[in-house]
Unconditional design. Structure first.
Length: 198
């Protein structure tokens, strides 16, 4: 069976981002600097989960050409993990599967802005680093590929592109400016009052 890039590519349904390092690369556990995010997939999203399983199997087929004896190793690591089992004390992961996706190249980051004359969705690039964060919701383009590194063999998820679809509560303790100051009183006449600068 011939495996092409389409067989290992997945466009997710609505997922939540966690540990998002998508505007600047970061080193995780002392490794190479990469753009990365954890992706939380609701267990109810059977379509996305099936796509990921299918793409993982396709990547395993590709891996047979890299792995010893042309076989899938018995301890082959796969990217999809059960949030309830692995993070039982973290309510963010409850009812979700999750995976970590990364790339050496910066992902495309955008938001939908409506339909064009051709009926296709139009997108606007997001450059404001506060707009896509750990806790927001997005659809993500991933590609799954086999790896053989330092005695570990398996399938990993590559991060292609991110389209933000909805805000969410910040993860990791960061608060929203609107929430912090909603009850505070402010002078609203900020224009023309230059006296304090002199």
């Amino acid at each position: 069976m011939a495996i092409d890039n389409q067989a290992t590519k997945v466009i997710t349904g609505k997922v939540r981002l966690s540990y998002a390092h998508v505007f600047e690369p970061a080193s995780v556990d002392g490794g190479d600097e990469k753009y990365s995010t954890a992706i939380l997939i609701p267990k109810t999203d059977k379509v996305t989960l099936q796509k990921i399983k299918d793409a993982t199997e396709a990547a395993k087929e590709l891996g047979k050409s890299k792995w010893p004896n042309g076989k899938v190793p018995p301890n082959c690591k796969t990217p999809l993990r059960d949030g309830d089992a692995e993070r039982p004390d973290d309510e963010t992961y409850a009812g979700c599967y999750f995976l970590n996706a990364s790339s050496k190249n910066k992902p495309g980051i955008a938001k939908p802005i409506g339909k064009g004359a051709d009926g296709k969705t139009k997108f606007q690039e997001i450059t404001d680093t506060t707009e896509v964060y750990s806790g927001c919701y997005a659809k993500v383009s991933l590609n799954f590929y086999p790896f053989d590194a330092k005695g570990n063999r398996g399938v990993a998820a590559g991060l292609n592109n991110i389209v933000k679809v909805q805000d969410g509560d910040f993860l990791g303790g960061r608060s929203n400016v609107n929430d912090d100051f909603a009850e505070e009183e402010f002078e609203t006449d900020l224009e023309g009052d230059d006296d304090f600068l002199n």
